[in-house]
Design a protein around this ligand. Structure first.
Ligand SMILES: Nc1nc2c(ncn2[C@@H]2O[C@H](COP(=O)(O)OP(=O)(O)OP(=O)(O)O)[C@@H](O)[C@H]2O)c(=O)[nH]1
Ligand SMILES: [Mg+2]
Length: 192
């Protein structure tokens, strides 16, 4: 559920970038941050402790305007994908309004994508979220790698149909399309 500030007249939605280690989550956040005008974005905050390495920033999307007079704001989060951070990764999903799953198109990473995705579904379910009725966008990142996995192969492996987008995050390709898609899915049908 979004956070509503009645005095600031703002609605804040939480978007989590989730995925296996090194799939390109941080690169996505950096690219989005870089492409936003300074007056629309907050500082990139890095909470770098022994247990936690959260990266965060918030921004006002230009194209989405207002909902019933309230400014729309998105809070973007990510955390490393290594198994070591599993507990923090689960906590980060709490209260999420949508998730971008950043998959690694490297064929050697196929199983890691699948197990991270399954873990994400379990974690969402532990917060009583029905993953099939929840905004999820699947980003096939690293499309520039050799022998990139076929688009659609992950949905098949996880038996779930979700919107997917090709990306090369290091070149900024597909990055803005991904954030736009998840944003639209989140605010679609939302009423204050
Ligand atoms: N070739 C290629 N490299 C990429 C792409 N996206 C990210 N990388 C590289 O992959 C490495 C990992 O990227 P990160 O953005 O740090 O990945 P991450 O998902 O945040 O990793 P963790 O936080 O450790 O889970 C970096 O060296 C990136 O430059 C891409 O589309 N193509
Ligand atoms: Mg990272």
């Amino acid at each position: 559920m979004p956070y509503i500030s009645y005095d600031k007249k703002e609605i804040s939605f939480k978007i989590v970038y989730y995925g296996p280690g090194m799939s390109g989550k941080t690169t996505n956040l950096m690219q989005i941050h870089r492409s936003l005008a300074e007056n629309l974005r907050g500082e990139m905050v890095s909470l770098d402790t022994e247990e936690e390495r959260t990266l965060f920033f918030d921004f006002f999307p230009l194209d989405l305007g207002r909902i019933s007079g309230y400014a729309v704001k998105f809070n973007l989060y990510t955390i490393p994908g290594q198994v070591y951070y599993e507990a923090s990764r689960k906590l980060m999903l709490e209260g999420a309004d949508g998730v971008v799953f950043v998959a690694d198109s490297n064929p050697h990473r196929f199983d890691r994508n699948v197990s991270a995705y399954e873990m994400m579904i379990d974690n969402l379910a532990s917060y009583s979220v029905d993953p099939r009725a929840f905004p999820i966008v699947l980003q096939y990142n690293k499309r520039d790698c050799q022998g990139a996995i076929e688009k659609g192969s992950l949905e098949q492996a996880i038996s779930m149909d979700v919107p997917s987008i090709n990306a090369v995050a290091t070149e900024g390709k597909g990055v803005m399309e991904t954030i736009r898609t998840i944003s639209k899915m989140i605010i679609e049908g939302f009423e204050i």
